[in-house]
Design a protein around this ligand. Structure first.
Ligand code: SAM
Length: 735
């Protein structure tokens, strides 16, 4: 029996106490059950449990009779394509990736990918998971519909790339560039929703169900399309799951954007937020979004290639159970959408009950205020099927129903009237054929469903909302919350904005970095009300407005890009150094006093020197750079480099001018990224893990003998060494 702390019980209601005990017991029973299963398995090693969802993916039998019966009957795929559809679903998924980053960096990386990594694999005949015979040519496929052609699909699964020695360079490239933010690995079809959402730099964008955030990353990239200017729009990425919100924090950190805000709320009941009303100074207005992505939770059966465990647990019940939450999230999305704005509804499910039925239900309620948009023109070359106009919901026992009246009473709470298709005479009102369903065999991908909505007028149940007079800003009213553990995640540290130019630490920052007068100090923030400021973050003006006006009504998990880091160094008159994360955002405001435009040889020198206690001495630099350094005050600075050729490649790095030295202040993935871009030697980071394992084996080094010692691990290990180098104590040693 569990012992109970009686002082705790006093504060619990009977219900919550019983719930707690139930949870503990369930947890306990789960462990006990696993122990019993293990013992049983040891006794009867040849007997397998009926369904073991923890099976190794490779052992899973990729079959499910109910799945086949259901979808064949729904006619999601023409009968003549059925066998190819099923065969493709059982294959592993090819790898796909996008090239990201600033325009000039992305262009340079794209060139490298084509000239080096792809040409290397073009002539290879590989024995892949799918092809154990002759070996097959690996032709990278450019995704023609992706803006700029910056996305690729390879006929290789992740495992193929990881396990083939011939591909070790490509593998190292993908791992290192993913860490540096130069590449994003993402399933081909999952890239579609942000493309058809058509995000522009001035858009207010809401990603309602955002975690883990691969689509959020695309939204941010599109927002920053005009890289010379700070976007006037922003992305609010939300997820109901507190721990998954931290995946979003990780994504956002890779992209270094001051225009993102991460929130933790149930999207189905997302509160109405407010923003300043520029037309009525001193007033606020409801925040409506220009673009909304509604990538709802779904049964995920179109991801069977990536998640084969779904073969074991698929049932019609999954889709039926999700229809309700999908509808509520979509409906709330339509309410938060600006008139004239665009919303994308997407799922990775084949099921019309989760797809067309949800779309139809909302269109039906919205009357003429919403319409589906035909986005085929935005996706040149993409193969897809038009949305379905007829389907038959089914109960768990696989009985299909033509109309709700046929549903027996015991299933009426599961199979709902709104799940049925429109009547034939109403089809013209909804245009469901404008939806897009991608089947895996069409271009060797996962499956996907996308519907694009446009809001033509206020929804029938929306009333006109008037500007609200602001009496007192919300931050003033609120007590400073403290960070502490609580049910459902951590309470976040507060977001404390600088009061302006007079903020205690700002004058020394402004003076040292020669910040120009356009810089708005009120966009800087810290995460504490009292005590020494450690990290200073930067947000865009619109994000500041949203955070400061709504902090009390929605749980904000994270915002801002780290721009200044405390560094009490005797050789610097300002107690804050620059941070590489925020450099892109602040660099336009930094004056010539803290900028050094260096030559290629100097850049190579600083990047290749990775001994924090021995940074390159001034005398080792080109004459040009030595002259610049003369008289340049010690401390944190901007290192700039511009390629002289037609590529126009421009790099901006955080540097440190020591008393007798100059060095770059970058973490390993960034260092490798820059060396790669300028065509310098980075071979020490490009480890062939297979060779390394061979050598280790001959030398009896058990730790390195496993071929699973990957280049990524090597990169991680060296990152931590430079992270140490980035620590303040090392800065003290500099120069
Ligand atoms: C399909 S995933 C989203 C994938 C994501 N858009 C991406 O591209 O990386 C669905 C997400 O919805 C979240 N979710 C489920 N119910 C939600 C709700 N009511 N409100 C907000 N998020 C929800 C889940 O936690 C999950 O992270």
């Amino acid at each position: 029996m569990n012992l109970v702390n009686f002082t705790q019980i006093r504060f619990l209601t009977l219900g919550s106490y019983l719930k707690r005990m139930g949870r503990k017991n369930r947890q306990y029973n789960k462990f006990a059950q696993r122990k019993r299963d293990r013992k049983e398995a040891e006794k009867n090693p040849q007997e397998k449990p009926a369904v073991d969802t923890r099976k190794h993916y490779e052992d899973i039998v990729r079959e499910n009779a109910a799945f086949e019966e259901y979808y064949k009957s729904q006619k999601v795929c023409p009968l003549e394509e059925w066998d190819t559809f099923m065969k493709t679903l059982k294959d592993n998924l090819p790898t796909a990736f996008r090239i990201t980053g600033s325009k000039s960096e992305a262009a340079a990386l794209m060139k490298l990918v084509q000239s080096q990594y792809f040409s290397e694999i073009l002539n290879l005949k590989l024995h892949t998971d799918e092809n154990e015979g002759e070996g097959e040519e690996i032709k990278p496929i450019n995704l023609s519909w992706y803006p700029g052609g910056y996305a690729w699909q390879l006929r290789l699964s992740r495992t193929d790339i990881r396990r083939n020695e011939a591909l070790y360079k490509l593998h190292n490239f993908l791992v290192a560039e993913t860490a540096a933010g130069g590449v994003s690995r993402q399933e081909t079809v999952s890239m579609i929703p942000p493309v058809v959402l058509d995000v522009k730099p001035h858009h207010k964008v809401l990603d309602m169900c955002a975690a883990p955030g691969s689509k959020t990353a695309q939204l941010i990239e599109f927002l920053h399309a005009d890289e010379d200017k700070m976007p006037t729009g922003f992305v609010m990425a939300n997820d109901v799951d507190n721990s998954r919100c931290y995946m979003l924090v990780h994504q956002a950190k890779r992209l270094n954007s001051p225009c993102i805000l991460i929130t933790n709320h149930d999207s189905a009941v997302m509160p109405s937020l407010i923003v300043s009303d520029e037309k009525n100074p001193g007033s606020t207005k409801p925040l409506k979004f220009d673009r909304i992505l509604c990538d709802v939770p779904c049964s995920g059966d179109a991801t069977l290639r990536k998640n084969p465990d779904i073969w074991l647990k698929w049932s019609t019940g999954n889709g039926n159970n999700l229809h309700g939450i999908q509808y509520r999230v979509l409906k709330r999305g339509c309410e938060l959408l600006e008139i004239g704005g665009r919303l994308v509804y997407s799922t990775c499910s084949f099921n019309p009950v989760e797809n067309e039925a949800v779309v139809h239900r909302v269109l039906q309620e919205a009357g003429d205020s919403l319409a589906l948009v035909d986005v085929a023109g935005m996706l040149p070359g993409l193969q897809y099927k038009k949305g379905m106009t007829y389907w038959r919901p089914a109960s768990k026992d696989m009985v299909f129903y033509e109309k709700y009246e046929d549903v027996p009473e015991k299933w009426q709470t599961v199979v709902r009237p709104q799940m049925f298709p429109p009547k034939p005479e109403d089809l013209g009102k909804y245009n469901l054929e404008k939806c897009i369903r991608i089947l895996p065999h069409q271009q060797d991908t996962g499956g996907f469903f996308v519907a694009v909505f446009e809001k033509l007028s206020a929804l029938p149940w929306e009333k006109e909302e008037k500007p609200i007079e602001v009496e007192k800003s919300t931050e003033e009213k609120k007590e400073p919350p403290k960070k502490k553990r609580r049910m459902g995640g951590y309470r976040e540290d507060p977001f404390v904005f600088f009061s302006g130019d007079k903020e205690d630490v700002f004058p020394s920052i402004k003076d040292f970095y020669d910040l120009n007068t356009d810089f708005d100090a009120t966009c800087l923030l810290t995460r504490c009300h009292i005590g020494k400021k450690k990290n200073i973050y930067l947000v865009s003006p619109i994000v500041k407005d949203v955070v400061s006006k709504n902090e009390a009504s929605i749980k904000i998990i994270n915002t801002g890009v780290k721009t200044f880091v405390r560094c009490d160094n005797k050789n610097m008159t300002c107690p804050f150094r620059l941070s590489q994360e925020g450099l892109q955002s602040i660099t336009q405001f930094i004056g010539p006093k803290r900028r050094l435009r260096i030559l290629r040889e100097d850049l190579v020198l600083v990047l290749q020197s990775d001994n924090p206690s021995k940074p390159p001495e001034v005398k080792l630099f080109s004459e040009h750079t030595q002259k610049l350094i003369e008289g340049f005050a010690t401390g944190s600075c901007v290192l700039e480099y511009k390629e002289e050729d037609e590529s126009g490649l421009q790099l901006t790095l955080v540097g440190w001018r020591g008393v007798n030295s100059l060095r770059a202040y970058t973490a390993t993935p960034d260092t490798v990224h820059y060396l790669r871009l300028i065509g310098a030697d980075y071979s020490k980071y490009d480890v062939n893990k297979f060779k390394k394992a061979e050598v280790a084996e001959t030398e009896g080094d058990a730790e390195n003998a496993s071929s699973d010692v990957t280049a990524s691990e090597t990169a991680e290990a060296s990152t931590s060494s430079i992270d140490k180098q980035n620590g303040d104590s090392d800065v003290q040693n500099t120069g």
